[in-house]
Write a protein that binds this ligand. Structure first.
Ligand SMILES: NC(=O)c1ccc[n+]([C@@H]2O[C@H](COP(=O)([O-])OP(=O)(O)OC[C@H]3O[C@@H](n4cnc5c(N)ncnc54)[C@H](O)[C@@H]3O)[C@@H](O)[C@H]2O)c1
Ligand SMILES: O=c1ccn([C@@H]2O[C@H](COP(=O)(O)OP(=O)(O)O[C@H]3O[C@H](CO)[C@@H](O)[C@H](O)[C@H]3O)[C@@H](O)[C@H]2O)c(=O)[nH]1
Length: 439
């Protein structure tokens, strides 16, 4: 089939590449000329595991092309995916200007039947708005389908190729049949394509993300309470998670959820509720708790250094909002950095993929190191913000040698307390007892 994807970010580029992989002819459109040039030169503009192999293979096979011309994209595709940003607006709502702006252009350009598929995360009622924006100028038939995307960064290719479910909101049989045909190769394992109305599809996405964010936040509160009463959140997590009604996943406490989705989506659903005279009390608490969770390590750090961080240097392991991505949007590491800088401390940081993005944001306010050990040199303490695999089994002797104080503040509970006790390191984590080594 002939497919066009408008917007080549994490969702658009993965969608375009994976659809090319199943034999479709795909054109990806992006407004960013530099990005398009990079992709034409064969370079994947984001870090996403396994994407490079598929990207190269499909470009070589002439099934994947890139352009800045919306017209070229629209002329080519029978199905047009919108994978455009829906960032947080000032009032917490989803900014629909990208989606509706492009929809307006689509109406002016298309001259034969197209299915416009919204893959962006959008509030209930957006499919109608997209339809109206296109209809304003369109001189041909078209359908609008809501098809929210559930991929996770870091696992995006796998999630797209083997989705647990595909949600399609459509009220047109013609469009539904085309979409079902397109997705057939991806549901061979028996996972369903769930067809519903557009509004329910739009809400499914927000409900899923808000539920997961709530699950994490609940565990973060349990972790905070564990610290008050001397319980161990790792034990509580294992005890709870084995109940299949609860499930083992998304129960890991830490320094809050970040990323380009959970924070903005929880806020957008909360704001949509408000606009529709519904008060999502639970989401208001989730937003509030997550904000304070992001800096939950700070009082522990301040306390350890007797209230004064001026002149202290902190080594940070992990900047990305989670492992296996270079994405730093809403990353808790940034809240920690901001707080430490404001208290007069210096920061040295290491992340396997996200340092360039952080450097663009902070300039020379912080320094970066080429390796996880180099960053420790003469630092007063180590702070772990992202659970990259390489941090899981470190050389503790090197850590002790290089740090001025043998102290780790771990925002991701990477180490067993018994192992840490043997290493004679002072260790603060989330929802577990502090290990204090006196030398
Ligand atoms: N990132 C994720 O993991 C993820 C997963 C599921 C859903 N989503 C949702 O998908 C949507 C896209 O997210 P993303 O992370 O891929 O965004 P992104 O910011 O990574 O990419 C968006 C792309 O759209 C391009 N763009 C902006 N305006 C354009 C225009 N007028 N014409 C063509 N291209 C234009 C940008 O240059 C950019 O390359 C959002 O609604 C997001 O909430 C994201
Ligand atoms: O037990 C857990 C699991 C996750 N997180 C944090 O939650 C955030 C989000 O993690 P994850 O869901 O793995 O990453 P995303 O790539 O943001 O994916 C989410 O957001 C996407 C965009 O909407 C959706 O498509 C995905 O289904 C949804 O999982 C990160 O900061 C994680 O550190 C925890 O703190 N504890």
């Amino acid at each position: 089939m002939k497919i066009s994807v408008i917007g080549t970010g994490y969702v658009g580029l993965v969608t375009g590449t994976c659809l090319a992989e199943t034999g479709n002819e795909v054109i990806c459109v992006d407004i960013d000329e530099q990005k398009v040039q990079k992709m034409r030169d064969g370079e994947v503009p984001i870090y996403e595991p396994h994407l490079d192999v598929l990207f190269e293979r499909n470009i070589k096979a002439n099934r994947l092309r890139f352009t800045t011309s919306l017209k070229e994209g629209l002329d080519h595709g029978d199905i047009i995916f919108l994978a455009l940003p829906t960032p947080e607006d000032e009032d917490g709502s989803a900014d629909l200007s990208y989606v509706l702006g492009v929809s307006d252009e689509i109406g002016k350009i298309i001259s034969e039947y197209k299915v416009i598929v919204d893959k962006s995360t959008v509030p209930v009622g957006t499919a109608e708005k997209v339809h109206s924006a296109i209809a304003l100028n369109a001189k041909c038939d078209f359908d609008v389908v809501s098809n929210p995307e559930f991929l996770r960064e870091g696992f995006a290719v796998d999630d797209f190729l083997k989705p647990e479910r595909i949600v399609v909101g459509s009220s047109s049989d013609r469009a539904t049949e085309l979409i079902k045909k397109l997705y057939k190769p991806f549901v061979r394992s028996g996972n369903p394509i769930i067809i519903m109305d557009e509004k329910s599809a739009e809400l499914t996405k927000y409900a899923a993300n808000s539920f997961l964010a709530t699950k994490i936040t609940f565990m973060n509160e349990i972790a905070n309470y564990c610290e008050k009463v001397g319980a161990d959140v790792d034990m509580v997590r294992r005890g709870m998670g084995t109940d299949s009604r609860i499930g083992k996943r998304f129960l890991f406490p830490g320094i809050g959820y970040g990323g380009s989705c959970f924070p903005k989506d929880v806020k957008a659903l909360h704001k949509s509720g408000k606009d529709d005279n519904y008060d999502f009390k639970i989401l208001e608490s989730v937003i509030e708790v997550n904000q304070s969770q992001k800096v939950v390590l700070i009082p522990k750090i301040v306390d350890y250094f007797s209230g004064d961080l001026k002149g202290k240097t902190f080594a940070i392991w992990g900047l990305a909002f989670k492992p296996e991505t270079d994405d730093i949007r809403e990353a808790p590491a940034l809240n920690i950095i901001d707080s430490l800088l404001s208290k007069g401390a210096s920061i040295k940081a290491f992340d396997p993929e996200a340092m360039d993005n952080v450097a663009r944001k902070y300039g020379d306010k912080i320094t970066f190191s080429k390796s996880m050990y180099e960053v420790l040199d003469k630092a007063d303490a180590l702070i772990i913000c992202t659970e990259w695999s390489i941090f899981r089994t470190p050389d503790f002797d090197r850590i002790k040698n290089d740090l001025t104080n043998d102290v780790i503040f771990d925002g991701r509970n990477l180490y067993d307390l018994t192992d840490i006790e043997k290493e004679e390191i002072t260790y603060f984590s989330i929802g577990r007892k502090d290990i204090k080594t006196i030398k």
